[in-house]
Design a protein around this ligand. Structure first.
Ligand code: ADP
Length: 162
């Protein structure tokens, strides 16, 4: 069984993330989409909120498991018997950081392969922080995120105004 890990902040999950997830599902028997807990970023959504949104969005995907992890990604991958890490590459700007991470992870765990997948061109400019920013300013993000996320963003925007 070929298992891959798709790690990230997913704050919140966007259609770009889903594009990558769907591509990974074609390559692997199981894909574990997992929220990195020890990220230095201060999230808009709590871990529980992000987990809940992802779970709802991927509910019909049979090959996908949703999880969170602490500590080193390579250790988590080993515990999950995964042989690959999936990451999305949108632009050259992603490349330097991603290359560094991929090479470091390979040093830490030789058998673990990082697989980079390119999303549909229409998602190359999309990231969670832009979505958060537009939503905060009451812009329309309905093309960029699943309906569940859209609702959650609207709720956050409303509660921030209070
Ligand atoms: P991280 O904090 O680990 O970068 P993100 O949630 O921002 O977490 O991203 C997780 C992964 O998804 C990364 O590999 C990132 O490049 C990829 N990704 C994010 N947005 C997109 C998108 N629009 N298209 C393709 N890949 C994306």
């Amino acid at each position: 069984m070929k298992i891959a890990i798709y790690p990230g902040s997913f704050d919140p999950i966007t259609n770009g993330h889903l594009d990558i997830l769907e591509r990974a599902m074609k390559l692997f028997d199981k894909v574990i989409i997992t929220i990195a807990r020890n990220s230095t970023k201060v999230p808009m959504f709590t871990e529980t909120e992000r987990l809940e949104m992802i779970r709802k969005v991927v509910r019909s995907y049979k090959k996908v498991e949703v999880d969170c992890f602490d500590g080193l990604l390579v250790d988590y991958a080993r515990r999950k018997n995964a042989t690959a890490i999936v990451r999305g590459l949108r632009a050259i700007s992603d490349f330097e950081y991603e290359l560094q991470m991929a090479l470091m992870n390979r040093k830490l765990s030789d058998g673990l392969v990082t697989v980079f997948l390119m999303p549909n061109e229409k998602y190359t400019y999309l990231n969670s922080s832009i979505v958060r920013e537009i939503a905060r300013l009451n812009g329309d993000v309905s093309r960029f995120v699943p309906v569940v996320v859209l609702k959650a963003l609207k709720k956050k925007a409303r509660s921030a105004k209070r």
